[in-house]
Structures are given as structure tokens and as C-alpha cells.
Write a protein of this length. Structure first.
Length: 252
């Protein structure tokens, strides 16, 4: 059985479709994955942290800089499956999943996830307010609606704009988006160990198959996902253009 502690596990896959080997892409001479590792160590040093890698090329720079790695299978279809394999070694009761391409994650985000997953929900995540209608209408930016209150229970995740402005036939502007509960889902998660281990055996949900969003499998199988709001939007590096944005954010 897992010991009663919370750990950060960062799933790291060498190959990626949109940005080949992006975790090894050098920004100011340093691999992206190392920027993420150093950010986590600086922002949330109180949490033990492991990197679940699938190739020695990823393990090498991390281990050279003093970070712990766990080698995992190249065959995993999702980051959650990789977390499950890694946690059989780590043995944490609760796991915070920081993405390996999120170099601006903050300590406040990590600590809030730790607080949420210490409650009754099997899974927790974060959202941030949309600022622009262009982003709110973009299907590549996932939306979440949730019920305010204790734990902020997630109701649904979608690629479509939610809530839909019926009176405006969906034609919203920046002012409307800023004035209404329009939230972007961030790819930061926390899990109870039991859910991570069980996730792969859960039947894929109808909505998951349509939206291509794994978190819908959790909701459709009756688990609760706690959600809270952060004003720290972060920066996911999905494309070479995103890497340029990150380098610009570093300044200097």
C-alpha cells in the first residue's frame, strides 16, 4: 500500500507529434525538461519529485542535475498510465502531475492541488479565467465548468465554448468573456493513488471518445474532480513557437 505522502511525478515522453523531441529542445542552452525540473525545485521544494521518463536521453540531463528519474515503458498511451507505472516505484498516496512542458508552473498552483487532493475528491485540477474571446472560442483550449463551493466540483470539460451565450448566438467579445464564468482548464492534476492505478481499466466514456479528453473518463465513471481557480496562467510548450514565447518570457 502507498505510504501517506504526496509526491510530484512528471511524465516525460521523448517523442511528440507536433514538436519532435520537444523536451530536449534547448532554450538558452538548456533542455526544456531541465527548465521544468529546476522550476519545480525552486517553487515547491517541500514535495518529493520524480520524473517518469521513457528514454535514457531524457534521464541523462535530469540525473546529471541531481533529479530523480523512474524509467517507464514507451508503450503507454497516456500520461496517466505512465504515472501509474512510476508510482509503483514511488509509492505515494497522492500524486501531483506537473506536465513536463509547463516551465512556468508555480508553487501556489502545486500547493493548491495538494490541498484539494487531501480532501474527498479522487482527482483535482486547476482552471484560469479566459481573457480573450479568441481563446475562449478556440477548440484547442479546453474549457471547464464547475460548481462553486467546497471543492469546486467539476461538472464538464469541453473543447466547445462553455457556457454558451444563447442570447448572443455564441458571438461573444472580450468584455463578455471577462464578465462571465469562462474558464480555461490547465493541464495540472492531482490524483489519489487508487484512481491512478485503476484509470487504465476504466471503460472509456462516450464523451471522452467524442471530445478526446481523458478527464471525462473520470467523471463518466462516477469519480469527483475538484477544481479551483488560479490567476497564474502558465505556459504550455506545445510547438516551436511556444518555445520562442517561453524564451522571451525569461528575458535577459
Amino acid at each position: 500500500m502507498p505510504s501517506d505522502h504526496t509526491a510530484i511525478i512528471v511524465p516525460c515522453r521523448l517523442e511528440s507529434t507536433r514538436f519532435p523531441r520537444k523536451l530536449l529542445h534547448r532554450v538558452k542552452g538548456k533542455p526544456l525538461v531541465l527548465w521544468v525540473a529546476e522550476r519545480i525545485r525552486a517553487e515547491a521544494p517541500e514535495f518529493p519529485c520524480w520524473f517518469a521518463v521513457d528514454d535514457a536521453l531524457l534521464a541523462a540531463p535530469l540525473e546529471a542535475a541531481g533529479f530523480r528519474t523512474v524509467m517507464t515503458s514507451v508503450a503507454h498511451q497516456s500520461g496517466t498510465d505512465r504515472l501509474a507505472e512510476a508510482n509503483r516505484t514511488v509509492g505515494a498516496a497522492r500524486v501531483i502531475n506537473v506536465q513536463a512542458d509547463e516551465p512556468l508552473v508555480t508553487g501556489a498552483q502545486i500547493r493548491r492541488l495538494a490541498e484539494l487532493i487531501a480532501g474527498p475528491a479522487a482527482m483535482a485540477t486547476l482552471a484560469t479565467p479566459f481573457k480573450r474571446a479568441e481563446d475562449f472560442l478556440n477548440p484547442n483550449q479546453v474549457k471547464v465548468v464547475f460548481a462553486p463551493g467546497a471543492g469546486w466540483r467539476s461538472l464538464y470539460f469541453s473543447r466547445s465554448p462553455m457556457p454558451y451565450a444563447r442570447d448572443l448566438a455564441g458571438r461573444v467579445d472580450d468584455a463578455w468573456v471577462a464578465a462571465n464564468p469562462c474558464y480555461k482548464h490547465l493541464g495540472l492534476y492531482a490524483y489519489k493513488a487508487e484512481l491512478i492505478e485503476k484509470f487504465a481499466s476504466l471503460p472509456p466514456g462516450r464523451y471522452e471518445r467524442i471530445e478526446k479528453l481523458e478527464q471525462l473518463r473520470v467523471l463518466e465513471n462516477g469519480y469527483e474532480i475538484a477544481c479551483d481557480v488560479t490567476e497564474d496562467p502558465g505556459l504550455g510548450v506545445d510547438t516551436p513557437e511556444d518555445a520562442v514565447k517561453f524564451e522571451a518570457a525569461l528575458g535577459g
